[in-house]
Ligand binder design. Structure first.
Ligand code: ADP
Length: 162
């Protein structure tokens, strides 16, 4: 088991400043953070898994301490395959808690050696979610404060705003 790796799973559809914040703070604690893009064939996703991975790779600019991968199937199975122990998750509001609590308990029951570690959002990211950014972007709102420039450009392109 590798104690120096954290697996940071999510949809990242697309990556927001909130995600970037968790990754950079994760790197203060772990040697390596693996950004694991869930491939759950969600029809409602705006970006394909390949597009999301490509964007994240460009954002992390070949930082050797960040890996970007995709996984399908059970998260804990993937974590075990990576020989990791820690799942890193972010918590925003109370509304995140119920779901995250359920997920963490389930993962713990299925795989007791894997621990879920929660990091509180930074206050400036507390109301930030990929869905709200997509909604604002779709309606031509200014999303430049919420996502990296590259993501804002890709969103505008996706919505045909340029
Ligand atoms: P999921 O579909 O698994 O919720 P997301 O891409 O929405 O995937 O989020 C991945 C992880 O990042 C989750 O743990 C989520 O709580 C966390 N996260 C998302 N946005 C923020 C934010 N603004 N601040 C802190 N954590 C966040």
């Amino acid at each position: 088991m590798n104690r120096h790796i954290a697996i940071y799973p999510g949809s990242f559809d697309p990556m927001t400043n909130g995600h970037m914040d968790i990754i950079s703070r994760g790197l203060d604690i772990f040697d390596t953070v693996v950004v694991a893009v869930a491939n759950n064939n969600e029809k409602s996703a705006l970006f394909s898994v390949e597009e999301r991975i490509d964007m994240i790779n460009r954002l992390i600019a070949s930082n050797p301490r960040i890996l970007v991968e995709t996984f399908s199937g059970l998260l804990v199975d993937y974590v075990v395959r990576k020989e990791a122990r820690v799942i890193l998750r972010g918590l925003r509001a109370v509304t995140d808690f119920e779901f995250e609590f359920q997920l963490a308990q389930m993962n713990r029951t299925v795989c007791p050696q894997v621990e879920t570690l929660f990091m509180m959002t930074s206050p400036e990211c507390a109301y930030l979610s990929s869905s709200i950014v997509k909604e604002v972007g779709r309606l031509k709102g200014d999303i430049s404060k919420f996502v990296p420039t590259l993501v804002a450009d890709k969103l505008m392109e996706k919505f045909g705003h340029r």
